[in-house]
Design a protein around this ligand. Sequence first.
Ligand SMILES: Nc1ncnc2c1ncn2[C@@H]1O[C@H](COP(=O)(O)OP(=O)(O)O)[C@@H](O)[C@H]1O
Ligand SMILES: [Mg+2]
Length: 277
Amino acid sequence: MPALTAFALNGVAVWRWDADNGVRRPILNEIDWHARTGEVWALLGPNGAGKTTLLTVLGAVEFPSSGTVDILGERLGRTDVFRLREQIGFVDSRLGRRFAPELTVAEVVRTGATGTIGLFDERLTAEDRERATAQLATMEIEHLAERRFAVCSHGERTRTLIARALLARPRLLLLDEPGSGLDLGGRETLLGALGRVVVDEPSLTVVLTTHHLEELPPVTTHALLLRDGRIGAAGPADATLTGAALSACFGLDVRVARSAGRWHATATPAATRADLR
Ligand SMILES: Nc1ncnc2c1ncn2[C@@H]1O[C@H](COP(=O)(O)OP(=O)(O)O)[C@@H](O)[C@H]1O
Ligand SMILES: [Mg+2]
């Protein structure tokens, strides 16, 4: 069976008003990016590179200023974005703040079945409930099921929100910096959980942003490096995550190693090297 296109961006630019300088400036420029169904993409770049903006275009939240965006067979601007968004799971740290403080972890996960922030348990089918329980296990949060979501740690909340997103059976899962702010244990648990999701749902396409190579799950198949709103490199992960490409992306002398499926980076800041001479 031919691999299906999950999304295709052609010549995408996003311009924004820069209030500090009183001008419109491009946040993203000349973005050509194609992904096939089932691929797991890492979107890497320094702070301010445009990762979140690009993710919001993929989530059908933002429209490009120019270029074309096709997501799951629909062209942005010619389709009902509300219906399209139902097929896209979008998880970022802001989402977690929208739930009522009394909801438990299990309840937050169940809101995914209705795609709502409030809980409408009466609308859930028996299958929805079973799948919610299964997602708790996949994300290793079963032991937290009855704990209030609001008091959970950052890592526990992130895994809860991913479980919630998966309950809606998305075809595209977008995770904005899922690993940021996690301690070592939290990060490793998250990476293990993401690995299980990819194995369980082979036709799910995943894009996650990060600025740390150590936060990439071993199941990452592809990578896109973004710098100043432009693509520096994109393609299969091992061919893209090279020292040369990452050095150009981050403006540092980066060395990359891969062991046990994981990537590691070490960097020497250019200024430090100059000082040493
Ligand atoms: N709504 C906006 N209006 C103006 N500038 C924005 C807006 N959103 C983001 N930016 C700017 O666009 C650039 C890219 O931001 P962002 O996509 O959040 O980068 P990243 O996620 O890689 O850190 C930054 O310089 C940011 O200040
Ligand atoms: Mg960001």
